[in-house]
Design a protein around this ligand. Structure first.
Ligand code: FMN
Length: 206
């Protein structure tokens, strides 16, 4: 199973890091095709203090990649630019409003937009983890367009009913939900269980 991961210049670089690490560790996944946008490099530098395109993957994974292949954003001839390449689908995390607009309007102007376009035409899963606040009407229209074309709009919105204690908990639970939606449920992922929540509360665990 090959999974395509694109990281664009919206806030939330730590989520991309967690996603890549989870996919690398997942034995069901045989290959990861990874693309970063120019914009994301700036955000990754600001949020994770990691710089440069070279060795970025290794820095994000905190080890040498075993099955992740990085493609240049401008390489419109890369494997994932063709529907003949057996990709199981694509996750854009985080997805900027710029990239959302490009995908929603079929621009295919770089490898990220083209690979997403291929997913839509081949009817493969495409998760757009959009991040912006507040949304303007253009953002909302583009989300509607992308959803109508077959994408899943999976906004970067944390949940609180799982009572996250740290940012790491929030990051983990969001990425777990993304992967579960993609068909890769993660071991130890939180599942809502109202009975257990109540028991924990009575036992003073929360
Ligand atoms: C620190 C930082 C945070 C940003 N956060 C967001 C964001 O949350 N959402 C968004 O749509 N754009 C955000 N931007 C702006 C995008 O990076 C910018 O529009 C960029 O051109 C998007 O290009 P890309 O989609 O090719 O990555 C941010 C920029 C910076 C420097």
């Amino acid at each position: 199973m090959n999974v395509t991961v694109a990281v664009t210049g919206a806030s939330g670089a730590v989520l991309a890091k967690q996603l890549l690490r989870a996919l690398e560790a997942d034995t069901r996944v045989t290959g990861i095709d990874f693309v970063v946008s120019e914009g994301s490099l700036r955000v990754i530098a600001e949020e994770l203090h990691l710089s440069g395109r070279n060795e970025l993957l290794e820095k994000l994974l905190e080890h040498a990649p075993k099955k992740t292949r990085q493609h240049a954003e401008q390489d419109i001839g890369a494997s994932i630019a063709s529907g003949s390449y057996p990709s199981a689908g694509m996750i854009v995390l985080p997805c900027s409003m710029g990239t959302l607009g490009g995908i929603a309007n079929g621009m295919a102007g770089n490898l990220i937009e083209r690979a997403a376009d291929v997913c839509l035409k081949e009817r493969r899963p495409l998760l757009l983890c959009v991040r912006e606040t507040p949304f303007n009407k253009i953002h909302l229209r583009n989300m509607q367009l992308a959803a109508d074309a077959g994408a899943t709009i999976f906004p970067v919105i944390p949940s609180f009913y799982n009572e996250p204690a740290t940012t790491a908990d929030m990051v983990r639970s969001f990425v777990d939900r993304v992967l579960a939606h993609f068909g890769l449920p993660q071991p130890g992922a939180y599942v809502w269980n109202p009975g257990a929540q109540e028991q924990n509360r009575r036992a003073g665990k929360h």
